[in-house]
Design a binder for this molecule. Structure first.
Ligand SMILES: O=C(O)c1cc(=O)[nH]c(=O)n1[C@@H]1O[C@H](COP(=O)(O)O)[C@@H](O)[C@H]1O
Length: 285
């Protein structure tokens, strides 16, 4: 089964909500947990438990575990393993990207079956060129894993860079990433039978994508491109705006939210996830 197939099955079974696992120091404090690797582990495991049967996708933010060093990584390994054992799809938000040979090692860390950090998908940064990520796209394909390439990110500082035009095509950087990813998915074998490709893009839900040179009304040729869409909740995007923001891309949109849900606290998180999951399905459009 490809990652795109798995994602389609999760959408059908559990909907499009993705819960971020971002153990910020202040959230750990709010939850009555220590700002330590142990606190991050307890927090992550509680979110996994709360998501079980309520949401189908989790996105641990690697940085908040990494700040606790090797113990933080051990905590992250446990959280990822528990989530995957519970049948929840895990997108490791690592935002890695480097020259080809180094990128291969990043790919192995997050996507190789049996790796301690093995996840279902990983976020990658294409600042060294989309081609530099090739080895990870190939590994993902061989292992039934997914990749999300940053295209138009939700933070305001990104617009200058991501709306710049690429010399060869005159497309914006953001549109080039989307086109490159769609082309990759479309060139895979059996792609005509697939609903979703296994490589997606990150498009912030806080953005007007037209300003990034992305035509949301253009039907993608080949399988739909999965879209990891952060920016809901704390950053201000509304679930009811999904169709207006993403147009023809909407079927592949993963509605990602971290602080907006996590701030419900230890006792409120399960209900908050259940409510938001229902809202996403009712209002996504
Ligand atoms: O790749 C991401 O998930 C990501 C891309 C982006 O453009 N913007 C963005 O906020 N994110 C991540 O999504 C999460 C957003 O968290 P909240 O704003 O608390 O929902 C954080 O883990 C960010 O690192």
């Amino acid at each position: 089964m490809t990652f795109g197939d798995k994602l389609g099955a999760v959408f059908d079974r559990s909907g499009h909500l993705c819960v971020g696992i971002d153990p910020h120091a202040w959230i750990l404090d709010q939850w009555g947990l220590e700002d330590s690797a142990e606190g991050a582990r307890e927090f992550g495991l509680r979110v996994v438990e709360a998501a079980w049967n309520r949401a189908g996708i989790l996105k641990p933010q690697v940085s908040f575990f990494e700040r606790h060093g090797s113990a933080g990584y051990a905590a992250l390994e446990r959280v990822i393993a528990e989530a995957r054992a519970a049948g929840i799809l895990v997108i490791a938000d690592a935002k890695r990207g480097d020259i080809g040979s180094t990128q291969q090692a990043y790919g192995e860390a997050w996507l190789r079956p049996g790796s301690p950090l093995e996840s279902d998908a990983v976020t990658l940064s294409p600042y060294l060129g989309l081609g530099s990520l090739q080895s990870s796209l190939e590994l993902a394909e061989a292992a039934g894993k997914g990749v999300f390439v940053l295209a138009a990110t939700s933070n305001p500082e990104a617009a200058g860079l991501q709306t710049a035009r690429v010399a060869e095509t005159e497309r914006t950087v953001a549109a080039s990433m989307l086109a490159g990813v769609a082309q990759w998915n479309g060139s895979r074998k059996d792609q005509s039978e697939r609903r979703f490709g296994s490589v997606g893009v990150v498009l912030g839900a806080t953005l007007e994508l037209a300003k990034f040179g992305i035509n949301i009304n253009e039907e993608p040729v080949g399988p739909a491109v999965p879209v990891l869409a952060p920016g809901f909740g704390h950053q201000g995007a509304e679930v009811s705006e999904t169709r207006r923001l993403f147009g023809a891309l909407t079927p592949g949109v993963i509605v990602s939210e971290s602080r907006g849900l996590l701030s419900a606290g230890r006792d409120g998180i399960a209900d908050a996830i259940a409510r938001r999951a229902e809202e996403v399905e009712a209002k996504r459009g």
